[in-house]
Design a protein around this ligand. Structure first.
Ligand SMILES: [Fe+2]
Length: 213
């Protein structure tokens, strides 16, 4: 090994763990790690941590600090419930639709289900990433979803289309508000919301076109 290579290897050797860093694996999910809200100055010489100043620098961790604002977490949770509700609604009428346009709308509804489920996962995981536990439990969706409800039993194709247009419109309106609410606190979440809203509005347009004569 030449001298240059040896020097390179020496420089690349990982830094030895300080006592504060060794405790990292024992942290609970919501506790900030040493690389998040702490700096070397928080660690005393004996390895203990200056807890008084632990949360003084939330800006030092761009993702987890979002849990401390009161807009991003609720916006993600509201979106998750909307999407889970939408996926259930679309699947229900996928099964109960009747009428001359059964085939095309039946298939189109599954596109909505797929996109709603896929975005629900993205949104829930974003919530986890910022340190807010997502709540996709059936009880929570039943209690908090504010969407139009399909009728019990067979549903005429034009009524299915009207229902889905209304549901997509209601969610898209709420998403526009959430885009505004997350602009400052978390533009990463806002970016997810913008992509999602584009898809909701596209689907709304396509369903609306189904009922136009
Ligand atoms: Fe199916």
């Amino acid at each position: 090994m030449g001298r240059e290579v040896r020097r390179f290897v020496r420089q690349r050797r990982p830094r030895r763990l300080t006592p504060g860093r060794r405790g990292d694996a024992l942290r609970t999910w919501n506790e900030p790690g040493p690389h998040q809200n702490r700096t070397e100055t928080d660690h005393r010489r004996d390895g203990s941590v200056d807890k008084e100043h632990l949360h003084d620098r939330p800006h030092e961790h761009p993702a987890r600090s979002r849990a401390q604002d009161h807009r991003t977490g609720p916006a993600l949770q509201g979106t998750l419930v909307d999407l889970l509700g939408l996926s259930l609604l679309a699947k229900q009428v996928h099964w109960t639709i009747v009428g001359p346009r059964f085939r095309s709308i039946h298939l189109q509804l599954d596109e909505v289900v797929t996109f709603a489920r896929s975005y629900a996962d993205v949104v829930a995981e974003r919530s986890s990433a910022i340190g807010v536990a997502p709540d996709g439990r059936v009880e929570t969706v039943a209690k908090t979803a504010e969407l139009p409800t399909p009728v019990d039993g067979w549903t005429q194709d034009s009524e299915v289309v009207a229902l889905v247009v209304e549901a997509l419109g209601v969610i898209a309106t709420r998403m526009r508000e959430r885009i505004g609410a997350t602009e400052k606190p978390d533009p990463v979440t806002q970016d997810i919301f913008i992509g999602l809203t584009a898809e909701l509005e596209k689907q709304r347009w396509m369903f609306q076109a189904e009922n136009q004569h």
